[in-house]
Design a protein around this ligand. Structure first.
Ligand code: FRU
Length: 491
């Protein structure tokens, strides 16, 4: 069990990203708009910084900016079907009730069947149904968990993540008239593992946390997290396509997030036909380091996600987050051709940046996090291969942080518009023209003010226009009966 106290000055703790003060979190769960609030639950170990003892923690917000921790939504029931943990799932509102569907963990079963718990008091308390709504997987599964329920006209539908004995990953489809009696309809979609993205990843042997965004005329997007028995979780994948009967016909798989550190993204159907998405950003540092700091994992920013007519998915930070912009700390425009970097200005450890970059050769932005320039995160364009490259090899002088560089496709025939949100140890880099995103964690050790630089390879030439704002912290109300999370503005 972690005994690390809550340290409000922890340099790596995000301030504008949602997570509880202490302990381990993973997947966002139970995302629903209910009773006038956005409800966000998450996989939570209330006793330590490792993945065990899974409960559902719970926040709600009227506006995505101020959040109120509610009591734990779900806890394992001694001797019950979820005796060893309440694994992932979602929640639906039917007006009066908020009904959570989740995976019931018992160590003596290889699968995690579906059960529910219901709240009739706006999510303050949930009453477990007891027993299971789907007691067993269909034949031919080797992994089975993570229900996702949505309303489709008069009926309810559910996907459950699976690995099949024939080697395919799958999202299995069920249907119900009343949220209680479920009929199995077969695989909604299934596929063998194949390469996806630019960085040596694949679509997985098992599909965790399937999510479905239905759009007009039978079109839709199926999102899932690629997993295999040997290496565990790897990346999040999106399939766009259309439904024919009970089967989803997908186009080619793409990465939902091109970074190394976004997994188990989950959807919320929000008012105004809006879809929001949160992911889990895991730690990219030694477990012991996280244990010493007393916390591990954060949710990503809430993102608006939409399916364009050409079948591509676009993500951008939810527009509400513009209200977190504080001081306008950097405004710089110009051109550099040379060997020397151009200093653009100083930023805090939490900032929101827009940039237009125009180059025909290797060029980009460097976030320098130590005065002597020895520690930095590089974001650069590589027009020759048509990628945006994010390199964290020198982003921490602490050898316990992961390095490596990561790429996302980026059109090379026009200026590139970026939105970059950096919050202490998480960077979410959006290509605003294509709606693609890359999430990664990094752990600077420099105590100095951070600096932005524009750089170009000799002969490349870079035109830039950069604006950065201080990113203010979310307002998180003190939880009742627990240690208060102090309100804090960014450093
Ligand atoms: C994904 C996942 C889910 C599971 C949960 C357990 O990260 O492995 O498949 O339900 O986390 O915490």
């Amino acid at each position: 069990m972690s005994t690390a106290p809550f340290d409000p000055l922890d340099p790596h703790r995000p301030v504008a990203h949602l997570r509880p003060p202490r302990n381990w979190i993973n997947d966002p769960n139970g995302l629903a708009f209910h009773d006038g609030y956005y409800h966000v639950c998450y996989q939570y170990n209330p006793h330590g910084t490792r993945h065990e003892n899974m409960h559902w923690g719970h926040f709600r917000s009227p506006d995505l900016l101020s959040w109120e921790p509610l009591p734990l939504a779900l806890a394992p029931t001694a001797g019950g079907e979820d005796a060893d943990g309440c694994f992932s799932g979602n929640a639906v509102s039917d007006g009066d009730r908020l009904i959570a569907f989740y995976s019931a963990l018992r160590q003596d079963r290889w699968y995690q069947p579906v059960t529910t718990a219901t709240s009739r008091d706006g999510g303050r308390t949930f009453r477990p149904r007891g027993g299971l709504v789907i007691p067993e997987p269909p034949d031919g599964c080797t992994m089975y968990r993570d229900p996702y329920v949505w309303r489709d006209g008069a009926r309810w539908r559910m996907l459950v993540g699976a690995a099949l004995a024939d080697g395919r990953g799958a999202a299995l489809l069920y249907e119900s008239p009343d949220l209680e009696t479920w009929t199995y309809r077969g695989p909604f979609c299934a596929g063998t593992s194949q390469p996806v993205g630019s960085d040596d990843r694949d679509t997985g042997e098992g599909w965790e946390c399937p999510q479905y965004l239905p759009a007009a005329s039978g079109h839709g997007a199926l999102i899932y997290s690629a997993w295999d028995d040997h290496d565990g979780p790897s990346c999040s994948v999106a399939l766009t396509g259309h439904e024919t009967g009970d089967v989803f016909e997908p186009g080619a798989p793409v990465l939902l997030d091109h970074g190394p550190d976004c997994y188990a993204p989950a959807l919320m159907r929000a008012p105004g036909s809006r879809w929001l998405l949160w992911g889990w950003s895991w730690e990219a540092r030694d477990e012991d380091w996280a244990a010493q700091d007393g916390w591990a994992g954060t949710l990503t920013l809430p993102r608006e996600i939409s399916l364009a007519d050409d079948g591509s998915l676009h993500q951008l930070p939810a527009s509400e987050l513009l209200a977190l912009r504080g001081d306008h700390s950097v405004h710089a425009e110009g051109r550099t051709t040379g060997a020397d970097p151009v200093e653009l200005g100083e930023v805090g450890r939490s900032f929101d940046l827009t940039a237009r970059l125009d180059t025909s050769g290797e060029a980009g932005l460097r976030l320098v996090t130590a005065a002597d320039g020895s520690e930095y995160l590089d974001i650069r364009l590589d027009p020759a291969t048509g990628h945006l490259v994010v390199d964290r090899d020198r982003a921490s002088r602490d050898g316990r942080a992961r390095g490596g560089s990561h790429r996302m496709p980026c059109p090379a025939d026009r200026p590139v518009d970026l939105r970059v949100v950096v919050d202490h140890s998480i960077a979410e880099i959006f290509l605003t023209s294509t709606g693609q995103v890359l999430t990664l964690r990094f752990y600077p050790t420099g105590a100095d003010l951070w600096r932005l630089q524009a750089r170009s390879a000799p002969g490349a030439g870079l035109g830039y226009a950069v604006d950065a704002w201080e990113l203010l912290s979310l307002v998180v109300k003190a939880p009742s009966g627990d240690a208060a999370l102090p309100e804090r503005r960014s450093a």
